[in-house]
Design a binder for this molecule. Structure first.
Ligand SMILES: [Cu+2]
Length: 461
């Protein structure tokens, strides 16, 4: 359905009820849920020796919890908003019903301060995913609201341990307190980088792992800006899935490029000896940084990577390329540089970016116009054309797509929900429009998204 009218929203509760009655957004029900998230303000120690004030989380006393679901099993999550502002939760990468997708005014009303909302869905795909707000993301994500979400395969692939790694930066000064989160001149370029790199909210943590065991590392880059190349050094480690979808052939865990929103599942064979050092490395242009260490402990379990079962493919339909319609999307500057509309979900106060020359007006009550309309069940090729000198991780909600081709490089035939579109690159991706609804389509560099590089596709049923 199209976005809500301003009138319905201004009508307050009565308007909300009438929108439900008119077949609008799902109501939030006060029922027991399988999982509970409490959106909270908190002070927490990120840098040793000090508490960082004004952090935000999905937990009152620590990092966002890791959520675990089972593939094909219905689950529910009760979200209570204890922030002093509105929010909403998006389940990044899950191909679920549109009403549960968590985009303000497009799929639901923002969850106001003090209010609750119950999400309920059945994840069709297994793998590593993540969750985050889709309202005032500039503040809420920058201050900590990014969590890892795991959907377990029906068949256990045979790991001894499973280790989710929530990789992100925080913009902290020398005193461990937040500094200006974003800068306008960066929003018009590659985005504003954080200053302190963390894994699971720790700086350079050491994870003790059983020697000789097989560990599934679940890397989730939940940062708001950073595109990076990652490596596991000191052990035999293979990338087995990217963005929740298994690779046709496992690859060495070297130069694994991940942009904001992307994930990599890595099978790690922990060394046999305690003195062997394993690390997760972020490679930079001129140097590299250790993000986390893995310490072998105890007698060796003597496992072998060859003992792992390969991951089953997720049930993502394959596009029929001989009958696919081509749709072009141009990512570039915003033509007018208009100020976006005022929104309770926050704005930077200016636009720099656009899709098809239109800057997203902000998270405001509709009616909102889609960038394109797709027919349910039909195959499409999306031609993503980047006119700008910056890279953009392009994310589509609700539907996974397959990488086809690029004018700049050879692409692996990956199935994904987030594709890094390089500067001046034109990339073709294919999908089957199999999930009806209004699906957000945007850059995952949050400053780009919030200064115009956003929109949505409508799949008509
Ligand atoms: Cu971007």
């Amino acid at each position: 359905m199209p976005g809500l009218s301003r009138r319905e929203v201004l009508f307050g509760t009565a308007g909300v009820m009438s929108a439900f009655a008119a077949g609008g957004f799902a109501a939030s029900q006060a029922q027991a849920s399988d999982h509970a998230l409490t959106m909270s303000h908190l002070d927490h120690g990120i840098v040793p020796g000090t508490l960082t004030k004004d952090m935000m989380s999905f937990s009152p006393d620590g990092p966002p919890p890791v959520l675990r679901f089972k593939q094909g099993e219905r689950t529910s999550i009760g979200v209570t908003n204890h922030l002093d502002e509105a929010s909403v939760v998006h389940w990044h990468g899950l191909r679920i019903a549109n009403a549960m997708d968590g985009v303000p005014y497009l799929t639901q009303y923002p969850i106001e301060a003090g209010q609750s909302f119950r999400y309920e869905f059945t994840p069709p795909d297994a793998g590593t995913f993540w969750y985050h707000p889709h309202c005032n993301t500039l503040e809420q994500m920058a201050r900590g609201m990014t969590g890892v979400m795991i959907v377990e395969e029906a068949e256990d692939p045979g790991f001894d341990h499973d280790l989710p790694l929530n990789i992100r930066d925080f913009r902290l000064g020398g005193d461990g307190q937040f500094i200006t989160l974003f800068k306008a001149r960066n929003a018009a370029r590659g985005g504003t980088l954080g200053t302190v790199s963390t894994v699971n909210w720790h700086v350079d943590p050491v994870f003790e792992l059983q020697a000789g065991s097989l560990v599934r590392l679940r890397l989730a880059v939940t940062d708001v800006t950073r595109v990076g190349a990652y490596e596991i050094a000191g052990a035999d480690a293979r990338v087995i899935a990217i963005d929740s979808n298994p690779l046709p052939m496992p690859l060495p865990a070297r130069d694994v490029v991940l942009s904001p929103g992307q994930r990599a599942d890595i099978a790690l064979r922990v060394p046999d000896r305690e003195e062997d050092d394993v690390s997760l490395i972020l490679k930079k242009k001129f140097d590299q940084k250790v993000l986390a260490r893995f310490a072998p402990r105890g007698p060796s379990a003597r496992r072998d990577l060859g003992e792992l079962k390969s991951l089953a493919h997720n049930p993502v339909p394959k596009a029929d390329l001989s009958n696919a319609e081509v749709m072009e999307f141009v990512f570039g500057w915003s033509p007018e540089g208009d100020a976006p509309q005022v929104s309770i979900c926050g704005t930077l106060g200016y636009t720099f970016w656009s899709i098809n020359r239109t800057a997203w007006p902000g998270d405001v009550p509709g009616p909102l116009e889609p960038l394109a309309r797709l027919k349910l069940g039909k195959s499409y090729v999306l031609r993503l054309r980047n006119e700008s000198p910056n890279d953009h991780p392009i994310h589509l909600h609700g539907v996974s797509f397959q990488l086809l081709s690029s004018n700049k490089r050879k692409l692996p035939p990956l199935v994904t929900d987030t594709a890094l579109l390089l500067s001046e690159e034109t990339m073709d991706v294919a999908l089957v429009a199999d999930n009806p609804g209004d699906w957000a389509f945007h850059c995952h560099v949050i400053e780009h998204q919030k200064t115009g590089l956003a929109g949505f596709l409508r799949i008509d049923d």
